[in-house]
Design a protein around this ligand. Structure first.
Ligand code: SF4
Length: 343
């Protein structure tokens, strides 16, 4: 009888996508999925460290799962997996602390390392997509920005991007299967950079000459847009400092790109933005937003406010620049809050 696994995913789209890859990886190792988390042989919790509520959830159900089924192997992955304070608190219940980028180490942990050749990057693992309509396609992992309140660069490491060919091949395959929505995801999609290798066509001067060209996110959007088929493109998350004119132009010209931008402004005050290490000003966001509105009708912007005492100023950009939607959340990451000295 096959051993069973159950994955609990908390947090962002990146975590959801990582769990899809983990699911397929486990199935290739001979495991099968089960809905019964208290009876599974293996329970993987893909954690989020951005909000306290998300963190608190694991303190509740991890001990309960172990109590109900003492033989279960529990793996913690995602943003909390590298946090030493969480490890100290939960070590009695957890069998493996696994950084997301080390996903293939699951094979060794499960004594299945000899079962298959392991890829050098977890992004090369094929996903088991949750939907037959909408697909999350990661274009990279990690972050170089080190915003003062955020655990992601520490938990996921520095930015690593997938080769454009891999992304295009994945999208082509999805479109061929009838997927209608392609969501390109990374912590900072618009700082994407990769080398693309291609051969000049017979009609060009180079005649079969191999070309290595560095491409950015604007060019990647254009390449995905050129894939034949009836589908649309979304992406998340974009960083305001990397919202270039070239990208805005590409979005205006690519008919498959949705009229929707999620732009995490984070705060409506330059001093707060500087203390967050966001590397842009409110004016920069406003200018970028006006440019985007000028080239096409964009219907929504997300703004994640972080500081309770500054909430009235967070609202300002939304009102000032006429965004359709404002998303505010209270700062809850207690650890990071004390680390950067806010009360
Ligand atoms: S850019 Fe986003 S993922 Fe990177 S450190 Fe800042 S908030 Fe975290």
């Amino acid at each position: 009888m096959k051993k069973t696994y159950h994955i609990i995913t908390i947090g962002c789209q990146m975590n959801k996508s990582d769990s899809e890859r983990m699911a397929n990886f486990l199935e290739e190792l001979g495991y099968e999925t089960t809905e019964e988390k208290y009876k599974a042989d293996l329970v993987i919790i893909n954690t989020c460290g951005v909000r306290q509520l998300a963190e608190d959830r694991i303190y509740g159900f991890v001990p309960r799962i172990k109590k109900e089924n003492p033989k279960v192997k529990i793996v913690i992955t995602g943003c909390l997996s590298g946090r030493t304070d969480v490890q100290r608190r939960m070590n009695d219940y957890v069998d493996l602390w696994l950084l997301t980028k080390d996903m293939t180490k699951l094979a060794e942990f499960l004594n299945k390392a000899d079962k298959r050749e392991l890829p050098d990057s977890y992004l090369k693992i094929k996903p088991k997509y949750d939907s037959t309509f909408s697909a999350l396609v990661p274009i990279g992992n990690g972050c170089d920005n080190f915003c003062t309140y955020c655990v992601v660069p520490h938990a996921r490491g520095r930015e690593v991007y997938r080769p454009a060919e891999d992304i295009i091949n994945e999208v082509k395959e999805l479109v061929g299967k009838g997927y209608k929505e392609i969501i390109l995801i990374a912590q900072n999609v618009n700082s994407y950079e990769s080398i693309i290798n291609y051969e000049l066509s017979i009609t060009n001067k180079g005649n079969g000459r191999k070309i290595n060209k560095k491409i950015n996110f604007a060019e990647l959007i254009r390449l995905v847009n050129d894939i034949p088929g009836n589908f649309w493109i979304r992406f998340a998350t974009s960083h305001p400092k990397d919202m270039s004119d070239e990208l805005i132009k590409a979005l205006a010209e690519c008919e498959k790109a949705c009229h929707h931008i999620h732009l995490p402004v984070q705060a409506g005050d330059d001093e707060i933005l500087a203390r967050m290490n966001r590397k842009y000003t409110v004016e920069h966001c406003g200018l970028s937003w006006r440019k985007q509105k000028a080239v096409r009708r964009i219907s929504e912007v997300g703004q994640r406010g972080k500081f309770r005492y500054d909430i009235h100023r967070q609202i300002q950009p939304t009102a000032r620049y006429g965004c359709a939607e404002n998303e505010r959340r209270r700062f809850q990451a207690g650890e990071e809050k004390s680390r950067i000295g806010f009360d």
